[in-house]
Design a binder for this molecule. Structure first.
Ligand SMILES: *[C@@H]1O[C@H](CO)[C@@H](O)[C@H](O)[C@H]1NC(C)=O
Ligand SMILES: *[C@@H]1O[C@H](CO)[C@@H](O)[C@H](O)[C@H]1NC(C)=O
Ligand SMILES: *[C@@H]1O[C@H](CO)[C@@H](O)[C@H](O)[C@H]1NC(C)=O
Ligand SMILES: *[C@@H]1O[C@H](CO)[C@@H](O)[C@H](O)[C@H]1NC(C)=O
Ligand SMILES: *[C@@H]1O[C@H](CO)[C@@H](O)[C@H](O)[C@H]1NC(C)=O
Ligand SMILES: *[C@@H]1O[C@H](CO)[C@@H](O)[C@H](O)[C@H]1NC(C)=O
Length: 361
């Protein structure tokens, strides 16, 4: 009886994973049927991992050893994008948060004398004046059209020695963070949007009015990429962001300094809190992956791996270019990571956690 039940279960599993036909097609000799058996088991394993990772929502119960092993296996499974899932994500993000029309303040979506709220304060506001308004960009860099393949490049040490530069540079639109260093071999050079952290401005370029050269040199590396600052996240951010805009606007007019809309940041934050993501604020990485899910046809995510060892258990640095860590209170990187893994399993985006295929083959 128990045996029969076991057989039934196995049959159901085979049918569920659509592999049963393959089993019947190829049975002329034992060699190929063994191969088919291995194939079938492999598919079952992949389907099981896909199910497991598509419902994962927190890291508390995670055993790192089995997690990385299973994740490694899963990443070697064939990847299937799910257009329906991508379209559903795009529509709900556009409806609820609207990066398309309100990711940044532009001359079009913001009026002179408009009162701008703060992301993190219910009482304070900033009144947009004519001088600052005249330095806002006319429109978004994508101005209404949908972006094609986007690469969102985090700063994870997992990118070291990855050889992913070529692949990243071949994307239509590349997003980076916190003025991260770039180079052709591992992380690529192409940049269309890069975030600037006000704390970093204060730490490294506080003397920018007297001597703009270090800041100008640092940002020139990214060509004409937009420099995105969360000017209205906290009140301390506004002065630093406006000073940066005033210094760079006359010197590098082709490289817009843009301010994130606090309303966009706030609605996205609420959306994910509503989905049970526990963090004080979303990291800028997670934030712009969501933006890409709305704006891009196809989202590829690199360098998002908040753990100390890679999938083969080798130690890796936290960032590929320095050892700074995020504030443990502010962001919950590992909680965000499992949400990305969930999106990957659902076919909504592609996570890249392994070295990129080399050109020589
Ligand atoms: C694709 O996503 C949709 C919406 O979540 C889901 O109903 C469907 O089963 C998925 N398709 C596949 C092949 O996984
Ligand atoms: C998004 O914002 C733009 C500009 O403010 C607006 O025209 C558009 O209707 C908004 N879209 C949605 C879905 O709310
Ligand atoms: C903005 O406010 C100032 C001062 O109240 C006023 O002089 C100016 O006309 C206003 N500008 C616009 C475009 O409303
Ligand atoms: C950057 O902008 C300048 C001025 O608009 C333009 O001449 C140049 O070709 C642009 N460079 C790139 C790499 O797009
Ligand atoms: C990258 O490669 C270099 C040279 O092969 C090696 O010394 C270094 O340990 C590697 N770093 C990582 C993080 O894999
Ligand atoms: C590219 O950057 C990575 C990470 O900083 C570094 O390990 C690598 O040596 C750099 N490669 C080149 C060609 O500069």
């Amino acid at each position: 009886m128990a045996f029969l039940r076991w057989i039934l279960r196995l049959l159901t599993l085979l049918i569920v994973s659509h592999s049963v036909c393959v089993l019947f097609y190829y049975t002329p000799n034992t060699h190929s049927s063994r191969e088919v058996m291995r194939d079938t088991l492999q598919r079952l394993h992949c389907a099981k991992l896909r199910r497991k990772f598509s419902i994962i929502t927190d890291t508390k119960s995670l055993n790192m050893k089995t997690f990385t092993q299973e994740l490694g296996d899963f990443l070697n499974c064939p990847y299937k994008p799910n257009m329906t899932e991508q379209e559903l994500n795009r529509l709900s993000l556009q409806f609820l948060c609207n990066a398309t029309g309100s990711l940044f303040h532009t001359k079009r979506n913001t009026a002179v004398n408009q009162s701008i709220p703060y992301e993190t304060s219910a009482t304070q506001t900033y009144t947009m004046n004519a001088a600052i308004h005249s330095m806002l960009p006319e429109d978004f860099p994508w101005s209404g059209r949908r972006l094609g393949r986007c690469a969102v490049v985090g700063s994870g040490g997992i990118l070291k020695n990855s050889s992913c530069g070529r692949e990243i540079d071949s994307a239509d639109f590349v997003i980076r963070f916190n003025l991260a260093l770039i180079n052709d071999s591992d992380v690529g050079l192409k940049t269309d949007l890069i975030t600037v952290n006000p704390t970093q401005i204060r730490r490294e370029f506080n003397n920018m009015e007297q001597n703009p050269d270090p800041l100008v040199e640092r940002v020139s590396v990214y060509g004409n990429a937009s420099l995105a600052i969360p000017a209205f996240a906290y009140t301390f951010c506004t002065g630093l962001s406006i000073r940066t805009l005033k210094v760079l606007h006359p010197i590098r007019p082709q490289q817009p300094v843009v301010f994130f809309s606090p309303i966009y940041l706030r609605t996205l934050d609420r959306l994910w809190k509503g989905r049970g993501l526990k963090s004080v604020r979303l990291s800028s990485g997670f934030l712009l992956i969501n933006t890409a899910l709305e704006l891009c046809e196809d989202v590829h995510v690199y360098g998002f791996w908040p753990f100390d060892t890679d999938l083969q258990d080798n130690p890796i640095p936290y960032h590929y270019y320095d050892q700074l860590r995020p504030h443990p209170y502010m962001h919950k990187m590992s909680e965000e990571f499992v949400r990305l893994l969930q999106l990957h399993s659902q076919g909504a985006l592609t996570l890249h956690l392994q070295p990129c295929p080399s050109e020589t083959h």
